[in-house]
Design a protein around this ligand. Structure first.
Ligand code: SF4
Length: 444
């Protein structure tokens, strides 16, 4: 063993103790080098709550225990809607005495006293799901409010983006209008997007002859009704698998991908044109124009840097595609979602271009990638970012700084590449900060 080969012969008990110490330390660091302890996503149920609490006139009734309630109320207030969440008490007393359903029904009646409430999503989380809620025992309507059961057994779901998929699917199943089978020139965009992106998507689709566009998740319950009768659905993010299945079962075509980067934008526009049987010449012209505009932006904003993208949103890989097109080196990218069929094109492209991809990632995997690749910039989760900043490398929180900005078409590409360039330029400041905290007086 290396630990002992360079040491002098052992002569006393003290030497043996030292030997065991060395062995213990070595084993510990070997284990640490391989062990993954911290999967990175907040409570998966948050994704569902984000979708449901944001709906106008909706009041969530959460079937869960106090621990979950505390944490989820906190993040929902911050990241979803500034609304209280109402919950009947679901603790061991209620579970063992079997009063849970009656308690939920009473809570629904209390909520419905407020006449402005039009929708009460009953969100059943880990504890209630384990105990079991019979949907048949819940009313479909209380007063003026529609009641919809949304089952989110968070322990099974693993990531909050996937819980968004569950929430949208539950609302579509409950409210979507039956398809009329008329050849409608309408599109349901599926994926949370920045308002500017929604406008850009609307403008481009209008130019190819699309007559109406709605975006899910929506704040309007009516959109979930209208979404049942569209000409095609477009899954911008790869984790909307249940929604995809919902549409496929109804015979509605589903387009995967998004207008990020030159070639993917061209293909995306063409795919929608084909699905809706639009004027092929017009579609080709618009697709070419958009592609050329993005190519011009990318040519003007080249990136010469190594970047690691490690979010938990499930929408990281299109950004990686854009960065690679702009000349960046992206050796590693990770996400909290599982690999899906909707994300297959990105998976194949990015791995072919040499990016190592991690699904259902662990914080430790991200850290190891940082040590291995020594990037110029990390777009990561909060825990990863603090670790990266300690190394003097610029790092920003993917969710707040990147995911909440436009990225689609030429305008989005331009804004995103500007942002990335400005972050890379901050390297000097981060190195100075590192020296400062290491006690180097010259850095101040
Ligand atoms: S028990 Fe389930 S719902 Fe509650 S915080 Fe944990 S994962 Fe989320």
């Amino acid at each position: 063993m290396n630990a002992t080969s360079s040491t002098k012969p052992l002569e006393s008990d003290g030497d043996f103790s030292r030997l065991f110490e060395i062995l213990r330390e070595q084993t510990k660091s070997e284990k640490e080098a391989e062990t993954n302890l911290h999967p990175q996503t907040m409570c998966p149920a948050f994704g569902g709550l984000r979708v449901l609490t944001r709906i106008d006139g909706a009041q969530v009734c959460l079937a869960t225990d106090k621990g979950c309630m505390y944490g989820l109320t906190f993040v929902t207030h911050f990241y979803a809607a500034k609304k209280s969440i109402v919950s009947p008490e679901v603790m061991s007393t209620q579970l063992s005495s079997g009063t849970m359903i009656d308690d939920i029904r009473k809570t629904l009646e209390e909520i419905a006293k407020d006449k402005s409430i039009r929708l009460i999503p009953v969100v059943s989380l880990c504890v209630a799901e384990t105990a079991g809620i019979a949907e048949e025992l819940l009313p479909k309507k209380v007063g003026e409010a529609e009641v919809a059961l949304v089952r989110i057994p968070a322990y099974l779901i693993k990531s909050h983006p996937e819980a968004k998929d569950i929430a949208v699917e539950a609302l579509l199943k409950r409210f979507a209008l039956p398809p009329t089978r008329e050849l409608k020139k309408s599109v349901a965009i599926v994926g949370e997007i920045f308002p500017l992106d929604a406008m850009m998507i609307g403008q481009v689709l209008q130019r190819i002859g699309v007559e109406s566009v709605l975006v899910l998740p929506s704040q309007q319950l009516e959109d979930y009704k209208d979404a049942g009768d569209v000409g095609c659905a477009v899954a911008l993010h790869p984790f909307y698998e249940r929604v995809e299945q919902f549409y496929r079962e109804r015979g509605t075509p589903v387009i995967a991908g998004n207008p990020v980067g030159a070639n993917s934008t061209y293909k995306w526009i063409k795919d929608i044109g084909d699905a809706l049987n639009l004027d092929a010449e017009l579609v080709e012209r618009v697709a070419q124009e958009e592609k050329e505009k993005i190519k011009a932006v990318i040519a003007a904003k080249k990136i010469n840097a190594t970047i690691i993208v490690a979010g938990y949103e499930g929408n990281e890989f299109p950004l990686v595609r854009l960065l690679l097109e702009a000349g960046a080196n992206v050796p590693y990218a990770s996400t909290s979602i599982a690999r899906t069929k909707l994300g297959d094109d990105d998976h194949k492209l990015l791995t072919t271009l040499g990016t190592e991809l991690r699904y259902r990632k662990y914080l430790e995997e991200d850290r190891r990638a940082v040590l291995k690749h020594k990037p110029d910039l990390v777009l990561g989760t909060t825990s990863l970012d603090s670790y990266v900043k300690e190394q003097g490398i610029p790092a920003v929180y993917y969710t707040n700084i990147v995911s909440s900005r436009p990225i689609y078409f030429a305008q989005g590409a331009s804004a995103m590449l500007d942002l990335i360039q400005s972050l890379i330029r901050r390297r000097g400041a981060f190195e100075k900060m590192k020296r400062f905290f290491e006690g180097d007086g010259d850095s101040a």
